[in-house]
Ligand binder design. Structure first.
Ligand SMILES: CC(C)(COP(=O)(O)OP(=O)(O)OC[C@H]1O[C@@H](n2cnc3c(N)ncnc32)[C@H](O)[C@@H]1OP(=O)(O)O)[C@@H](O)C(=O)NCCC(=O)NCCS
Length: 184
């Protein structure tokens, strides 16, 4: 799996050794408010999921730990999932530790993953499924160039509390990304 580099960040495949740092992120109820998996209760909680993730074929899924170069700290997580090679599409997910929000770091990290998806994996379409109340994620996606295409799709995701969440479908095409890169 590819290591991705940005001015402030390195994105490298996550490993079991990242479990304590990921626990800081995935145990935060505020950060997990719109995530459709339960918050972690311990680092050990995360290990089976990390093992499943790293053994999943890149034709389906890949996940990166986001490392802040300045300190070497693992402070975020990005993935793609539900990749369909036949249809040249996939979905992305992203989360950063709360103390790093609002510094443009998610924009930087997501852009690197999108470059990888469109240029290296030759994907045609990337999707982001976002809760309408998740204003930070909506703003991030729209700022990067995703278009709102449909929704709210009723009861699209099952949340850890058993509730089904209505979800917006955002899409970004390879052609959109290329156009964006070409514009000043
Ligand atoms: C979504 C998330 C990754 C954004 O991270 P971030 O590093 O703060 O994002 P950025 O600093 O790159 O900001 C991106 C845009 O969102 C805006 N933004 C950030 N937080 C915001 C908030 N709470 N409300 C409204 N806009 C917000 C920024 O101003 C920026 O817009 P701009 O470029 O027009 O100024 C972060 O809030 C997070 O980890 N949330 C919890 C996990 C989550 O919900 N993931 C998405 C699931 S779909």
């Amino acid at each position: 799996m590819t290591v991705l580099d940005t001015p402030r960040l390195t994105l490298r495949p996550w490993t079991e050794e990242d479990a304590p740092a990921m626990h800081v992120i995935f145990s935060d109820l505020e950060a997990m408010r719109f995530w459709n998996a339960p918050p972690s209760r311990s680092s050990d909680d995360l290990v089976p999921g990390i093992r499943r993730s790293v053994s999943a074929p890149p034709e389906f899924h890949a996940a990166w730990a986001v490392i802040l170069k300045e300190t070497g700290q693992a402070m975020g997580f990005l993935n793609y999932h539900h990749r369909e090679v036949l249809n040249e599409r996939l979905e992305i997910g992203y989360i950063l530790a709360r103390s790093f929000w609002g510094r443009g770091l998610a924009t930087e990290a997501v852009s690197a993953v999108l470059d990888h998806c469109f240029e290296d994996l030759r994907v045609n379409r990337v999707e982001a499924l976002i809760d309408p109340d998740n204003h930070a994620s909506v703003r991030l996606a729209e700022g990067i160039g995703f278009r709102l295409e449909s929704g709210p799709m009723r009861e699209r995701l099952k949340m850890p509390d058993g509730r089904f969440a209505d979800i917006l479908m955002y899409g970004l095409l390879a052609a959109d990304w290329k156009r964006r890169a070409a514009s000043p």
